[in-house]
Write a protein that binds this ligand. Structure first.
Ligand code: PLP
Length: 235
């Protein structure tokens, strides 16, 4: 167990160091980029080791896994991020546990989230709009051209707060493609800011995973979602 915690703390140091370097290369401050540690490959013990090493933003792509780990780490002070598809029948159970939903991938889901916040009488829920930048039919997300016309519909959902955009690069391992897609997401964000006249600040760009988070930071990511790089080398 000691070895495991040390290894995870080492991995975290390496990732945070690379994030800071990438921020510098992009002419940005390291403080402008937050790490969301994706714990989907590991159990609550490894997730807890990460928290002990100083990382309090944890992400899960499957709601049931998030429920399970949030229960196990109840007192650890974790801010949970849902980064994967949320079916509407899981909204009620997921909502009280999450600090940010990265995967706002359809108007129907956003409407369900808004209704659930109203029902729970909670504070507005921070949400990112997931964009399918690569056009891969197997991926969730709104097509880039679908976003701007959503303005009126989104304005009718006062209990969700659109904080920015999220995307995944299409083909893993091709950094040139990834860079182009990340740059496109940032440009789309800039266009929406203008088109929506500042109705939502859209400060957050959630993009970059273990294979491409440095490129994503160079292209403007404010949140990177890193899993395997934090847990490599574990027995
Ligand atoms: C799994 C996952 C990640 C992390 O992937 P790694 O390559 O292991 O860093 C990031 N984002 C989403 C949406 C994921 O499902």
């Amino acid at each position: 167990m000691v070895f495991l915690a040390d290894r995870i703390a080492d991995n975290l140091r390496v990732v945070l160091g690379r994030m800071a370097e990438a921020a510098r290369r992009g002419g940005r401050s390291a403080d402008d980029v937050r790490l969301v540690a994706v714990t989907k490959y590991v159990g609550p013990g490894e997730a807890l080791a990460l928290v002990a090493a100083g990382c309090h933003d944890l992400g899960e792509s499957r709601p049931q896994q998030l429920w399970r780990k949030a229960a196990a780490l109840k007192t650890a002070g974790v801010a949970w991020h849902l980064i994967g598809h949320l079916q509407r029948n899981k909204v009620a159970r997921t909502l009280p546990l999450v600090s940010l939903v990265h995967s706002g991938d359809s108007l129907r889901l956003l409407e369900a989230l808004d209704a659930e916040v109203a029902c729970a009488k909670g504070d507005p829920l921070p949400v990112l709009l997931e964009v399918n930048v690569s056009g891969d039919a197997a991926k969730h997300g709104l097509a880039p051209g679908e976003l701007e016309p959503l303005a009126d519909s989104l304005a009718r959902l006062p209990r969700i707060e659109i904080q920015g955009l999220m995307a995944m690069a299409g083909r893993e391992g091709n950094l040139d493609d990834a860079r182009r897609e990340f740059a496109a997401l940032r440009q789309l964000r800039d266009e929406l800011r203008a088109a929506w006249a500042g109705r939502w600040p859209l400060d957050e760009l959630s993009m970059g995973m273990s294979g491409d988070y440095e490129v994503a930071i160079e292209e403007g990511a404010t949140l990177v979602r890193v899993g395997s790089a934090l847990f490599q080398g574990l027995e």
